[in-house]
Design a protein around this ligand. Structure first.
Ligand code: 3H9
Length: 704
């Protein structure tokens, strides 16, 4: 094992450097190296202080997540931090890049902390189903108090230098971009001032104040539980934080460790770690072998409606200049107004100031009615009306004006990219970029690689996703790509269950109970019921196959009860409310339709039964999407459902989830349901094959 931790003595300062690329994770070797350095410093009486600094782009980004799931080997991180804190001369660290999780916990074990201005800190363990397990739940409350510590630990958010200093987590912020020289200067200051050893674990002032607030933990628990929506790690993190009030430090550390180990063994942390690695693995695509992304300095967007303006915004917010082209002056003005409205909201919410807003709205953003305004654009995204002829017309015109080497994309959510590309003389430069509404917020970007899309073009799509801070997932061409194709299945299932006798409200409750932020009817109301209605009309025109059960939603759309925007849809929204109330008239309407269609109504399904069906149909379509090569791997399906469709992240996505409940069980469920509708529930060949071979979906994740 090479030692990633080195130490030198310079001018009486014992400098310890951690060098474990790419993110200096606290692996077994790093832990051993730090412990060894601490012993060396303890023995070297000529050293007046110890300075911990990291090489490369960041301070320690946490424990080594790759070691999780394997038996602990070597020293545990909390012990290493304890040894550092116990040293009898000042220990200082300098934070650059990101000090996250175990990385920040090492820093909290130091006696003084310097942070570079550009750096960020955080305890994001809850995001992977854990809690800070190297003293974070005990030391942070001693610095910032219980309330702040709970907010920081249960949100897992990253904190900038100014806030960290204001909260008292770090002692000083430095403008010096070089961690080592900044750290040395700070250490000399501390020595010159004769500042003493100051152990975080011995600081009691903040906790003393919190002990005088008897209801504090109970109040915090209510809000943490509500936000966690079924995820256990934030709630357990609060349990651990609460120990700091009444349990001696050493004993609380042992309990923190036990709770950490309990979470590490949980299905939730396995699912969240799967999501963490899948988020990174999705960008591993076959095209990276030969393709190189093209630079995107300027972009164009066709269409200033909801999608077009959202796409323009997401690029503007990433600093990419955008020219938006609309049909006429009125459309252009509307497009600009859509963009500016959201920018104004950003100012009102304090996300950025007026200067930045004006820079984005005026220096970086242009609207035009002339396609030739797109002549210089490196990337042009079409977000016109969802109609093949309109799209083809747009692409013919783009082909005329776009410069050679420009990337041409369509934001279609289901149309055939090959057909769209075929009207240009450069199909290799064409791809699908399927954004989700609201495009400047939603994390998912489906990158649709068509038959003729070149590797460079595909890679450009992925580079764009990264620049926009989105999760790009590669999809092949089919109706609905990955996400909407699976969505179509479970919406159809929901409609069938309603027609057959189950309340739409029970379905929403079951789905929310599973961990989704909302159920299918709440989602319909939020998006606008006209959207699904129009999509179904198209499907009917193209020849809808199978049982049609959406009459109850079509009827609402016909009555102009379109959801939140009209104050009434599946739910009633009292003036200004975003949470709907159940509507007895809607239930009566459903009853009427059941009678009209002479449906043999069955007893309402239980919530467990609703979920059993919901998952079976979702997983089955996920398997088909993988089998057909529309998704590269099961993990790509998981990322789509997590980043774009609200599948609870702590369940890892449908394909990870099915591995944990057993493929054979889902196959048996499908075979049972197939008695009701042979075609709808027909098991995917891939599912059948995996069950036969006794394999999991995870076994397919290694191929790329
Ligand atoms: C913890 O600390 C528990 C303790 O409380 C208690 C212990 C007892 N380990 O994201 P990137 C890999 S829990 C192993 O693309 P960026 C990552 O997979 C941990 N590997 O870069 C990728 O590999 P590849 C708490 C890690 O610049 C490569 O590094 N900490 C780890 O966009 C580059 O990563 C966290 O949860 C890790 N900890 O973002 C922080 N982190 O190239 C997790 C990264 O093979 N990490 N890798 O795909 C992050 O949030 C981001 O990676 C970071 C850099 C912000 C650091």
């Amino acid at each position: 094992m090479t030692n990633p931790v080195s130490a030198t003595l310079e001018d009486g300062i014992f400098i310890v450097t951690i060098d474990n690329p790419p993110v200096n994770a606290a692996s077994e070797a790093v832990r051993a190296g730090l412990a060894q350095a601490a012993s060396q410093f303890a023995a070297d009486r000529s050293a007046k202080a110890m300075l911990i600094v990291a090489a490369g782009r960041t301070f320690v980004a946490g424990a080594d997540i790759r070691e999780f799931g394997k038996p602990l080997s070597g020293l545990a991180l909390p012990d290493v931090v304890g040894r550092i804190e116990a040293l009898d001369r000042p220990v200082i660290c300098v934070i650059h890049g990101t000090a996250l999780g175990g990385g920040l916990e090492i820093a909290l074990g130091c006696h003084y902390r310097l942070m570079l201005k550009s750096a960020k800190i955080g305890l994001p363990e809850v995001a992977i189903g854990l809690l800070p397990g190297a003293g974070g739940t005990q030391r942070l409350p001693r610095l910032v108090g219980i309330e702040q510590a709970t907010e920081i630990i249960t949100s897992g958010r990253q904190i900038g230098a100014a806030e960290a200093a204001a909260l008292g987590i770090v002692d000083q912020v430095s403008d010096n971009p070089d961690p080592k020289s900044a750290g040395l200067a700070f250490t000399r200051e501390i020595l010159a001032a004769g500042r003493p050893v100051r152990r975080t674990s011995e600081r009691e002032e903040k906790l003393a104040a919190d002990r005088a607030r008897p209801d504090l933990i109970a109040t915090l628990r209510k809000s943490v539980e509500a936000k966690a929506r079924g995820q256990i790690s934030p709630v357990r993190a609060l349990d651990a934080i609460a120990l700091s009030l009444d349990t001696p430090f050493a004993e609380a550390m042992q309990k923190e460790r036990a709770m950490f180990m309990e979470l590490l063994a949980s299905d939730q942390s396995k699912a969240l770690i799967h999501a963490f690695f899948s988020e990174r693995a999705v960008s591993r695509i076959p095209e990276q072998e030969s393709g190189r992304p093209r630079e995107i300095r300027t972009a164009g967007v066709i269409g200033g409606g909801t999608m077009g303006s959202g796409i323009a915004l997401s690029m503007l917010l990433a600093g990419i200049p955008v020219t938006m082209v609309e049909r006429d002056e009125e459309g252009a003005a509307r497009g600009r107004a859509n963009v500016e409205k959201v920018l104004d909201e950003g100012v009102a919410r304090g996300r950025y100031d007026l200067t930045r807003r004006n820079r984005l709205a005026h220096d970086l953003f242009r609207v035009s009615t002339d396609f030739s305004a797109l002549r210089e654009a490196d990337l042009i995204i079409e977000a016109a009306f969802e109609d093949m002829e309109i799209k083809k017309d747009v692409f013919r015109r783009l082909d005329q004006v776009a410069k050679a080497g420009a990337t041409l994309a369509s934001n279609t959510s289901y149309l055939d990219i090959d057909a769209i590309a075929s009207v240009t003389n450069r199909p290799a430069d064409v791809l699908g970029l399927h954004f989700f509404s609201p495009a400047h917020i939603m994390k998912l970007l489906e990158i649709v690689v068509a038959k003729n899309t070149s590797a460079d073009t595909a890679m450009t799509g992925f580079a764009l996703a990264k620049a926009l801070g989105k999760t790009g997932v590669r999809a092949g061409v089919c109706d609905g790509f990955i996400g909407n194709r699976i969505l179509e299945r479970y919406l159809r299932l929901a409609a069938t269950m309603v027609e057959d006798g189950t309340s739409p409200y029970a379905i929403d409750r079951a789905v929310v109970g599973f961990g989704y932020p909302m159920g299918p009817h709440q989602m319909g109301d939020l998006a606008g019921l006209d959207i699904g209605w129009l999509a179904r009309k198209r499907r009917i025109a193209e020849g809808y196959k199978g049982r049609y059960a959406f009459d109850y939603l079509d009827r609402l759309a016909e009555m102009k009860r379109l959801g939140q925007k009209t104050g009434r849809g599946c739910y009633i929204y009292p003036e200004g409310a975003r949470k709907g109330e159940e509507d007895p008239e809607f239930l009566a309407l459903i009853e009427e339709i059941r009678k009209e269609k002479a449906i043999a109504v069955r007893p309402a399904l239980s919530e467990a039964e609703i979920i059993r069906r919901y998952l079976a149909i979702m997983i089955n379509e996920g398997a088909r999407v993988v089998e057909e090569g529309i998704a590269l791997r099961p993990l790509d399906v998981d990322m789509v459902m997590l980043a774009g469709y609200g599948f609870p992240r702590w369940r890892g996505g449908p394909m990870h989830y099915v591995d944990s409940i057993g493929l054979a069980k889902v196959l048996a469920d499908l075979e049972e349901f197939a008695a009701e509708d042979q075609e709808f529930y027909k098991p995917a060949d891939l599912l059948v094959e995996l069950v036969r071979k006794g394999q999991t979906f995870a076994s397919l994740n290694d191929r790329s």
